[in-house]
Write a protein that binds this ligand. Structure first.
Ligand code: DMJ
Length: 913
């Protein structure tokens, strides 16, 4: 502890900036004047409009942060649907995601420097006091070293950096005496035992109280870690060393980076996704710029900017050259194998790679940044958010979206680099989509499925740490921020570290390894900021001219589309290699090619390997294509008006909701509730959507019984108390093995928690109308105007119902004997929640993939274009952008509406939640 406060950068006074920091500051943002004259292209945005959007961001932050503080703090995160805190151990485990939660008020710490950026200095002061008063870092809980570093250590250091800046200014934080830095140092020491490996790569997890490998630690047996996990420490650890003078942190982080550099695949200069922390062997040899690797590259370049150490730049440039050679296929970024870098390892991309255009701005390579960003924006326009993964032909691969900030980050940096107002319009769309689709009365909820618009009870801390910073900064002018943002660098979690650290406490010995760096083309170094020559072409329409050819890249894409055909094949005029999707066992030419694969040359062997991989992928994809995507049950009647969207399992029988449009009707419980015999209350369910309990007979039998009673649809509710789509895999209801063509009504399945929300609503309002559909539709503003809530209590109860997850007593419920809990004779099959085959049924039916020509090299799709056109028209029919009655609800009215919700919510008795 003695070093704390001893270094030049420690203490409460901000050192003068070193000359280097001026260069670094420029490099860190690669700025170009955003106020240049703009002749044509996207219209400039007025100052008033920018301010309005900035204010909207502030209001949204207040909604997210206010609800966290009111309903969740001191828990790590807010659960925005049930409006309570997520406390590890008290909720069903979500696996690795929970490793970010260390019972250290994660969201508060992650939000600290956002408060200052958003000009909420008073709130920052309060928040720092709360952290110092309430946060305990000595919990017996196993956490991720990576997440704890970027979110908690980074959060404390970002908070410290801005606390000393404010103190220096003389108005706020006058009492502050490096307390956050002391906490950061305490946490730093808690993380150090993780580095006790021969390689110097850290264990992926550590127990905050007991460290590693002791029996009570319950961790330390892992052998593998991800490259980003081991390679994303240097900014926080070096800052900690330089702030405090304790060099050990920077030394450990450097050693881990040195080891990763040593282990790079020497011929491709790429790194794999996971590595054995003891042997240094690559465990997963696929390589991209997204999940598992992303911030390793980011930290090499930013370490150069922050620490001024050329070796980091040389390493970054070596990797960057490899990325651009093998992974970048503009506008795509596709994973490859480190040993066979001409081989694609996947046919899909993950959402984390959306940070890469921002990093390319920092590198000074604007063109591919513009291209990839544009492609991502088009995917977003199609699904409202960037799905966790999407295929090369831009279909949803993993449908979740946990409100990730990477795309907003890249949008901000591209705006700074180009000054093109187009990027302001992009930011505006992001804001609108967040308010329209993710905002709930108690915060912002992650999307469980971007196709259905259903929510997950989750608001990750990075949403506050990153999203609001980048969105606010996008619309802010210099005078809107109380300090000079260009004096700081953003960590991967968007925490701010001052650039003056580059000249402070430089006592760590640097490895002198310049000779080992690959000889690179000089152009790699030309691109490095600040090279205004290449970075800022004297054409204000530069960005637009790059986007133009990509205008319809997503809509016009060809299924299984843009995949590399190697340059050498093209040059030699050789036929493109046989792809698995084209293979026909009856084609003698194909059989001949197959025979040759692996025999003649390394190129043929490579083709053979790829062919095998594609065959495996294709067959698993085809299997998954038999599965149906999840569906949505949306409560549309007063006072819900479509705000509550429940994830539902589809049925393999009855009409296809995506084709036959939605079914809308009031709900009624059937008698008997299990629906296993002729209904005794046909008058009650006639013309309505019947609610039936799962169990005791086949799903198809239930469907027939309610259909015979005149129901227009059915919702089967799980009888396993407490089950929820948050914790159990969704499934589709299979038929009974017989012909089910006689079933003409749609049927959906809800787990118990989701079902109880409808049952609660019936108890409260009697008349409850729902919409059964393939994805949520916008709320109907007309309906809201017509049917005002009869009392304030109504909207209060609605929010309570939407928010709570308690068990319910069903009106008219049968005796427990009648509904045997575990008697499930129905047949089930999993719902396709995470596959490339998560296509709408119209896609499945026409199955364009198998019958069509693949992409020609110039990108023409011939007859495929027409089919895609039809497909996108079908999709538009059910696109959530198309609201009921074709009316868009103005954002102000949504905001006003939510404000009412917040007020109602605030009045609620906490105990009822
Ligand atoms: C953040 O926690 C960090 O940006 C990290 O590097 C990866 N992405 C998440 C948010 O998506």
């Amino acid at each position: 502890m003695s070093e704390a406060g001893g270094g030049r950068g420690s203490g409460s006074s901000v050192p003068q900036r070193a000359p280097w920091s001026l260069v670094a500051a420029t490099a860190a943002l690669c700025l170009v004047s955003a106020t240049s004259v703009w002749p044509v292209g996207a219209a400039p945005m007025s100052r008033e409009e920018k301010q309005k959007l900035g204010n909207q961001v502030l209001e949204m932050f207040d909604h997210a942060y206010g609800n966290y503080m009111e309903h969740a703090y001191p828990a790590d995160e807010l659960m925005p649907l049930t409006c309570r805190g997520r406390v590890r151990g008290q909720e069903p485990s979500r696996g690795d995601v929970d490793d970010a939660l260390g019972k250290f008020s994660l969201t508060l710490i992650d939000s600290l420097d956002t408060l200052v950026v958003l000009n909420k200095t008073k709130e920052f002061e309060d928040a720092v006091r709360k952290v110092l008063r309430d946060v305990n870092l000595d919990n017996d809980v196993v956490v991720s070293v990576f997440e704890t570093n970027i979110r908690v250590l980074g959060g404390l250091l970002g908070g410290h950096s801005l606390a000393i800046m404010l103190k220096e200014k003389g108005e706020y934080m006058q009492w502050y005496n490096d307390e956050l830095l002391q906490m950061a140092k305490q946490l730093g020491y808690k993380l150090l035992p993780a580095f006790n490996t021969t390689s110097g790569l850290p264990y992926p997890r550590i127990n905050l109280k007991f460290g590693i490998r002791k029996p009570e630690a319950r961790t330390g047996t892992e052998t593998d870690t991800c490259t980003a996990c081991a390679g994303t420490l240097i900014l926080e650890f070096a800052a900690l060393s330089r702030f405090t003078g304790a060099t050990i942190f920077e030394e450990y982080a450097r050693k881990a980076l040195d080891f990763l550099w040593e282990k790079r695949q020497r011929s491709s200069n790429l790194v794999g996704v996971t590595i054995n922390i003891h042997t240094g062997d690559w465990v997963r040899k696929d390589s991209g710029v997204g999940a598992g690797i992303d911030s390793y590259y980011e930290y090499l370049l930013k370490a150069y900017v922050l620490l001024g150490d050329d070796s980091f730049l040389e390493r970054f440039n070596t990797h960057y050259d490899a990325i651009m050679r093998y992974i970048s296929q503009p506008p795509l970024l596709l994973d490859v194998h480190i040993h066979k870098p001409m081989l694609n390892a996947r046919t899909w991309m993950d959402a984390l790679l959306a940070f890469f255009p921002g990093l390319q701005v920092l590198k000074g390579d604007i063109r591919p940044a513009i291209e990839t960003h544009e492609m991502l924006y088009q995917v977003i326009k199609k699904h409202n958010f960037l799905p966790e993964a999407f295929t090369t032909d831009f279909r949803v691969h993993w449908a979740q979206h946990p409100l990730r900030p990477e795309f907003a980050e890249s949008t901000y940096f591209l705006y700074k680099a180009t000054g093109d107002p187009y990027y302001l319009e992009v930011g505006k769309t992001l804001i609108e989509n967040l308010n329209k689709y993710a905002r709930v009365p108690c915060g912002f909820a992650a999307m469980k499925d971007v196709r259905t618009g259903s929510h997950e009870d989750r608001m990750d801390s990075f949403f506050l740490a990153e999203m609001f910073k980048y969105l606010y900064l996008l619309f802010a002018d210099k005078e809107d921020i109380i300090f000079d943002i260009e004096d700081y660098i953003f960590t991967t979690e968007a925490h701010l570290l001052p650039l003056w650290l580059s000249t402070t406490n430089q006592r760590v010995s640097k490895k002198n390894t310049t000779s080992e760096y690959t000889e690179l083309d000089d152009s790699n170094f030309d691109w490095t900021c600040p090279n205004t020559q290449i970075l800022f072409p004297n054409d204000p329409l530069y960005a637009q001219s790059i986007r133009e050819p990509l205008k319809n890249v997503v809509d016009k894409s060809c299924p299984r589309g843009i995949i590399r055909v190697r340059e050498e094949s093209l040059r030699s005029g050789a036929k493109p290699p046989l792809r698995a999707r084209d293979f026909m066992a009856t084609n003698p030419d194909h059989l001949e090619i197959l025979k040759k694969m692996g025999a003649a040359s390394s190129i043929d062997a490579e083709d053979g390997l790829r062919f095998m991989q594609e065959m495996i992928e294709l067959s698993s994809q085809q299997q998954k294509e038999q599965q149906l995507p999840p569906r949505a049950v949306q409560i549309v009647s007063h006072p819900f008006f479509g705000r509550v969207v429940l994830t539902a399992g589809p049925a393999q029988f009855g009409p296809d909701l995506s084709k036959h449009k939605e079914t809308r009707g009031f709900v009624a419980s059937s008698k008997p509730y299990n629906g296993c015999s002729e209904l005794t209350n046909p008058e009650a369910v006639m013309g309505k959507i019947a609610l039936i309990q799962r169990g005791q007979c086949m799903f198809a039998e239930k469907a027939r019984n309610i259909q015979n009673a005149g129901a227009i649809g059915g919702i089967v509710i799980d009888d396993n108390e407490g089950s929820s789509s948050d914790t159990a895999p969704l499934f589709q209801m299979a038929g009974d093995g017989k012909d089910t063509d006689d079933i003409k009504i749609p049927m959906l399945f809800l787990f118990s928690k989701e079902g109880s929300i409808i049952l609660d609503a019936i108890r409260e309002y009697e008349e409850v109308e729902v919409l059964l559909s393939d994805k949520a539709k916008d709320r109907d503003p007309e309906m809201e105007n017509e049917e005002q809530p009869s009392s304030e209590n109504d909207s209060q109860s609605a929010e309570q119902i939407a928010s709570r997850s308690q068990e319910i007593d069903l009106v008219d419920q049968e005796s427990p004997e009648e509904s045997s809990v575990n008697s499930h004779p129905e047949s089930l099959s999993p719902v396709d929640t995470d596959s490339a085959a998560s296509v709408s049924s119209s896609e499945q039916d026409s199955n364009p993939v198998e019958n069509l020509e693949t992409t020609s090299l110039d990108g023409e799709c011939t007859d495929l274009d027409n089919q895609l056109q039809e497909q996108s028209e079908t999709e538009e029919d059910s696109n959530p952008n198309v609201s009921w009655g074709q009316k868009a609800q103005p954002i102000d009215s949504i905001l006003a509406d939510w404000n009412e919700d917040i007020e109602a919510f605030e009045m609620m008795d906490k105990d009822e939640l």
